[in-house]
Design a protein around this ligand. Structure first.
Ligand SMILES: Nc1nc2c(c(=O)[nH]1)N[C@H]1C(S)=C(S)[C@@H](COP(=O)(O)OP(=O)(O)OC[C@H]3O[C@@H](n4cnc5c(N)ncnc54)[C@H](O)[C@@H]3O)O[C@H]1N2
Ligand code: MOO
Length: 394
């Protein structure tokens, strides 16, 4: 069996995976998708100068507090007034409406006294012009978003401003999840069987994959029976772009995860990574579909899903496989790492990252608190509180 490879080497292999290809979809259906082409603005925004407040558009240099001006028009968002404003004149404007030609500022209505077709202003209307310049948000033909951008709720708003009905996005990865183990029962049923435990990893992995843009085409639980697993593996490979198989990754006689894909011409990219937890994580390809094997210990499975499955799904959709590491302070001391690069589960408090006391990779209750992974290089000595460390949101 091959020696474990480093975390960076494994991540680089994930980064080499080719995207699944692209399709054009209505922008309204594109939430969560990843752009496969740059998104170019059809026109500038705003299209011309607009008022940022409700008030009156005037010629600034020709306007004195207390002097009556003639109100010659009204400009509303969606129904702009197209004339020109001169000295002694004002145009009623509303937020988002075009500022007429000639006007150099808007005076807000809180400072206006209106009398029929006349208006005058109190002295303290201040220096602000309340005009958003034409093209100040973005220019015509500007690249609003580069290819590879994920259309999150916040980013979708900017995408819509480009005034395009459709976008070209990466195809949605179709993911099958296979949990292996004689002991596994659906949550709610484990108590009814001697030696059974609830199958938990599939829940978390499915949720993580969905939040990363994947479609879960099937979730299955299968006992440690090589013939049955081999048949199921073949079926899942047919139905998906990626099979995530959990458990059975270690060296025991009944650890069949890799063996059940070997019959389908599994070509391994890596089969062990020098990390803790999650050393038995493995990755490969069977013809057209990829296979990622996660260890059976639940925390190991979720850590390796965060470290490898999330970037893999980003890559399949044409996004970036790089992690967004943050440099953050420790709020408590951190124990020394052994010969494996270690991802310590931690929670955040006001002073920084607090490593959790229970680092058992088979435990599940610490997952309720572990919202960060602290990256500790192999052989890193113990670190004192307030040391800056590299961490990943978990
Ligand atoms: N002699 C050795 N033993 C082990 C080694 C090793 O190198 N030599 N590696 C250890 C490490 S590290 C890990 S991690 C585990 C992973 O082993 P497997 O992937 O083969 O996992 P299983 O044996 O199938 O299960 C481990 C543990 O997790 C529970 N489990 C499995 N699947 C689920 C699930 N879907 N939901 C909830 N819990 C699950 C299972 O019942 C076991 O308790 O191996 C070490 N052993
Ligand atoms: O690496 Mo295992 O994942 O330590 O428990």
């Amino acid at each position: 069996m091959a020696a474990p490879i480093s975390f960076d080497a494994a991540l680089a292999l994930i980064g080499e995976v080719a995207p699944l290809g692209c399709e054009t979809v209505p922008l309204a259906d594109a939430a969560g998708r990843t752009l496969a082409a740059d998104l170019i603005a059809r026109g500038q925004a705003p299209r011309s100068a607009v008022s940022t407040m409700d008030g009156y558009a005037v010629v600034d240099a020709a306007t004195e507090p207390g002097e009556w001006l003639e109100v010659i028009g009204e400009s509303r968002a969606g129904a702009w007034w197209r004339g020109t404003v001169g000295p002694g004149q004002a145009v009623r404007v509303f937020t988002g409406a075009g500022v007429p030609e000639g006007a150099t500022r808007v005076i807000i209505q809180e400072h206006a006294e209106r009398d029929g077709a006349r208006v005058r202003f109190t002295p303290a209307y201040g220096p602000a012009t309340y005009i958003r310049a034409a093209g100040s948000d973005f220019a015509a033909e500007a690249m609003v978003l580069p290819a590879g951008t994920r259309l999150t709720p916040r980013i979708l708003v900017a995408a819509g401003a480009a005034d395009r009905a459709e976008v070209t996005v990466g195809r949605i990865p179709r993911v099958a999840i296979l949990a292996t183990g004689d002991e596994l029962a659906a949550p709610g049923e484990a108590h009814a069987w001697p030696d059974a435990i609830p199958e938990t990893i599939g829940l978390g992995v499915a949720a993580l994959a969905q939040s990363a843009g994947a479609e879960i085409v099937v979730r299955a639980i299968c006992p440690d029976d090589l013939a049955r697993l081999t048949a199921l593996a073949g079926e899942l490979l047919e139905r998906s772009n990626l099979v995530v198989v959990t458990g059975g990754a270690s060296v025991g006689e009944r650890d069949f995860a890799k063996a059940s894909f070997a019959a389908h011409a599994l070509a391994l990219a890596f089969e062990k990574v020098a990390i803790k937890p999650g050393r038995p994580v493995w990755f490969g390809r069977c013809a057209d579909a990829l296979v990622l094997g996660l260890p059976g210990n639940p925390t190991s499975a979720l850590v390796t899903a965060a470290l490898f499955l999330r970037p893999l799904l980003a890559r399949l959709q044409g996004g970036d496989a790089a992690h967004q590491w943050r440099t953050l302070p420790l709020a408590a001391s951190l124990p020394a790492a052994d010969e494996r690069e270690t991802f310590v589960r931690a929670r955040w408090d006001d002073a920084g990252l607090v490593p959790l006391g229970n680092q058992d990779s088979g435990a599940q209750s610490p997952l309720t608190q572990a919202d960060w992974l602290i990256r500790c290089p192999a052989h890193q000595p113990a670190l004192a509180a307030r040391t800056m460390v590299s961490a990943l949101a978990f």
